[in-house]
Design a protein around this ligand. Structure first.
Ligand code: UDP
Ligand code: MG
Length: 316
């Protein structure tokens, strides 16, 4: 049971070229938290290398809103890195990462806080439908979760994004994870803690447009799977064994047939099929090795996850 009474809440908001979404977001936050006297709010905006007027607008808002803190990254590091930067900067007893485009409805946070008061350390925002996503995004997401949860050590809850409430103990645990390639959804699930969820309907983006296209999502999925499973590496042993077994069978067949019926030359088709099939299989295997080797290489450099140009505090 987390005590009733006042609590500090940090919202972590990554923003990348979001000049059109900012005003609407702050208005909604104002409405939702206006009567919440028990919640001391802190808004940690992480400017993820925006090239539009996002930072200027944030600074202007900060002049008359002392709850706003701004972490200005040196370039675009991606949402995962921006979230890490925000978590590191946030000081609240509870922390909620939230998108600025109002796809994560701020009202839901109040329900999350209520669950937290019951004693939960992590409260997931669970979307009850994905009907605002395209068919392609829905199916690919489905396949990704099915595959990931089959082979990863810790299953990812479905239809759950970064929008969630975390107790300070969860945030501190996350901050101890040293990897530089950060697949946040996976890390969130990996740390564990007493978890529950609240349901919500995910609306469409309020303004601006999505930063995640098909190719980016594909890479995101690869990142997720390679970060939390080594199954794709190990499968080649078994695939290789299976193929060898089959070719051994075929070899026995051909030898026996040749011994009985003598040599006949045709066989070009089967030869080509075998050669190209095996060639393709080997290339895929090498590709998978490459995925992991590349990640190991990046990880071995120990580069920081993000670089901060400056942190703007309210009275700076
Ligand atoms: N975002 C970010 N850096 C990026 C891409 C996105 O900080 O490189 C932020 C973006 O400003 C928004 C949130 O991440 O606040 C979610 O992005 P978006 O709405 O484009 O993703 P979608 O909802 O389509 O998955
Ligand atoms: Mg969005």
């Amino acid at each position: 049971m987390h005590a009733a009474g006042p609590v500090t809440l940090s919202l972590v908001i990554p923003v990348f070229n979001e000049e059109d979404s900012l005003d609407g977001f702050l208005v909604r936050i104002g409405q939702v938290f206006a009567r919440e006297a028990q919640i001391g709010l802190e808004l940690v905006f992480v400017n993820d290398g925006s090239t539009d007027a996002t930072l200027d607008r944030l600074l202007r808002h900060q002049m008359d809103d002392p709850r706003i803190r701004i972490v200005d990254l040196s370039r675009n590091f991606g949402k995962e890195a921006a979230l890490s930067a925000g978590l590191q900067t946030a000081t609240g007893r509870i922390v909620v990462p939230i998108d600025v485009d109002l796809q994560d409805p701020p009202e839901v946070i109040l329900q999350m806080v209520a669950r937290w008061r019951e004693g939960y350390e992590m409260v997931l925002g669970h979307r009850i439908s994905r009907r605002n996503d395209s068919w392609a995004k829905q199916t690919s997401a489905n396949w990704f979760y099915r595959l990931h949860n089959r082979i990863a050590e810790q299953p990812l809850p479905e239809n759950v994004g970064d929008f969630r409430l975390m107790d300070r103990c969860v945030v501190d645990a996350l901050l101890t994870l040293p990897e530089s390639r950060r697949f946040m959804k996976g890390l969130f699930a990996w740390v564990g803690f007493r978890t529950t969820h609240v349901d919500y309907e995910r609306p469409e983006r309020a303004a601006g447009k999505s930063k995640f296209n098909g190719w980016r999502l594909w890479n995101f999925a690869l990142e997720g799977i390679t970060s939390f499973s080594t199954e794709p590496l190990r499968i080649w042993t078994y695939l290789g064994a299976a193929v060898s077994l089959v070719s051994f069978g075929i070899a026995m067949f051909i030898v026996t047939r040749t011994l009985i019926y003598g040599v006949d030359l045709p066989g070009y088709a089967s030869l080509m099929v075998a050669v190209t099939f095996l060639g393709g299989l080997q290339l895929i295997g090498i590709g998978v090795l490459g995925e992991y080797l590349g990640r190991t290489y990046i990880e071995a450099k120990h580069r920081p996850v993000f670089l901060v140009r400056r942190i703007y505090e309210p009275k700076d």
